[in-house]
Design a protein around this ligand. Structure first.
Ligand SMILES: [Zn+2]
Ligand SMILES: [Zn+2]
Length: 407
């Protein structure tokens, strides 16, 4: 078996991994790095089957470019298909607004949908001489790890979370010979989740008690829903805006991929959905506003921030990692934000809580130990070498994009 990365090996973003064996070519994920302009993976050769681990743009953003070519089957869970459709449609809209060339059309998305074969956890798919098993990756609802059984057993994790969160239970190790594992948080540690949740709620309560509004920018996919569930612990007046609304409804239609549909339904039911400009004005009189985008690169979050930024009773509470060069990062580091093309000072409070959906350093190490492979391939990370010291006794491979490795 031979693997090579078309992107996303030494970097976070635009992941694509080819697996070739006895004339069969499989592709695992094909994403884009949503930057300004977007960064695309290397061109993919014709592939027999495409496996999608989950519905984040850095994994799914370029799928239609491959799936439009011929009769390429696309295997993913039904909830991944539904959310991927929302993201792909939105990325066409964004490129139109920003003036980027768009690598695929709406017709290509339709072709992708006609080639989708739905899969579920516990399934085994036969392809050529392989058997491919599907396991939960614990990252977001529907996220999958693929166990490829041939002459050796390979496990491709996609993005991985091993602790239980409100939305999904953590992934369990799968015994394998070669483990191809993400390493986003190599060398870094998350605070305890329960402590983070408590501190976050305390901060929201402080803001509400001093008469302010808490603006909580969230990623549409999974983070919005998790934050709504955390907020439902208290009796806040919560307003929901942005793309997270549609994704929440998709999740509620796929209850089998949620840890507790009852809790999510109750959290969603308790929040007030904003559908109009009038609704936005009313939300500004409320207590908490949950909206996209998570890094303040666009979306309704900027409208609210513009209105809330000058009153020190208000707060912007970030809930995800803020990538270098984004509005969210400059807000955290310099209290500056770009709105309508102008850099503006933000005087309200800015806070950040780590609700990461990725395994941290110690979780990655114990996951590797649980899978007990002889070879570990580290991908999807900028500090992969931080992990190798903790994996002594196993061969560690840190592939670069375009390199071929055989097993
Ligand atoms: Zn992800
Ligand atoms: Zn990712």
């Amino acid at each position: 078996m031979e693997i090579s990365f078309l992107g996303g090996a030494s970097e976070v973003g635009r992941l694509g991994m080819l697996l070739r064996h006895q004339g069969i070519t499989l592709l695992f994920d094909y994403g884009v790095q949503p930057a300004d302009p977007p960064v695309y993976p290397m061109e993919a050769p014709p592939v027999d089957t495409l496996f999608l681990s989950h519905s984040h743009l850095d994994h799914c953003g370029m799928i239609p470019v491959v799936s439009r070519r011929s009769e390429t089957d696309v295997l993913m869970t039904p909830v991944t298909t539904a959310v991927t459709n929302i993201l792909l449609e939105d990325s066409i809209k964004v490129s139109k607004i920003e003036g980027f060339p768009q690598p695929f059309s709406k017709l290509d998305i339709r072709t992708m949908n006609s080639n989708v074969l739905p899969i579920g956890y516990g399934d085994t798919i036969e392809i050529g001489g392989f058997q491919v098993g599907v396991h939960s990756a614990g990252h977001i609802p529907g996220s999958s790890m693929f166990e490829i059984r041939g002459s050796q057993t390979l496990l491709f994790t996609g993005d991985l979370q091993t602790i239980d969160t409100r939305l999904v239970r953590g992934a369990r190790p799968v015994g394998c010979d070669v483990l191809i594992i993400e390493s986003t948080y190599a060398g870094r540690f998350h605070p305890d989740r329960a402590v983070t949740e408590e501190a976050f709620l305390k901060k929201v309560q402080d803001v509400v008690e001093r008469g302010g509004v808490a603006l909580v920018p969230c990623f549409a996919v999974a983070r919005t829903q998790e934050i709504l569930m955390v907020l439902s612990e208290m009796d806040f007046d919560v307003w929901l805006d942005g793309m997270g609304r549609g994704v929440s409804q998709v999740y509620l239609r796929h209850p089998g991929f949620l840890r507790s549909v009852k809790e999510m339904r109750s959290a969603f039911g308790r929040s007030r959905i904003i559908r109009s400009h009038h609704g936005r004005e009313k939300a500004l009189q409320g207590e908490v506003i949950v909206t996209t985008s998570g890094m303040l690169s666009g979306g309704p979050a900027l409208f609210y921030l513009d209105r809330l930024k000058d009153d020190p009773r208000n707060a912007v509470i970030l809930t995800g990692y803020q990538v270098e060069g984004t509005n969210g990062r400059s807000l955290l580091e310099e209290s500056l934000i770009e709105i309508h093309g102008a850099r503006t000072k933000v005087t309200c409070e800015v806070a950040y809580y780590d609700f990461s959906a990725h395994a941290d350093h110690k979780d990655l190490v114990s996951f590797v130990e649980g899978c007990d492979p002889s070879t570990v391939v580290l991908m999807h990370g900028e500090a992969r070498e931080e992990l190798t010291g903790a994996l002594e006794g196993r061969e560690c491979i840190l592939p670069m994009e375009g390199e071929r490795h055989s097993f």
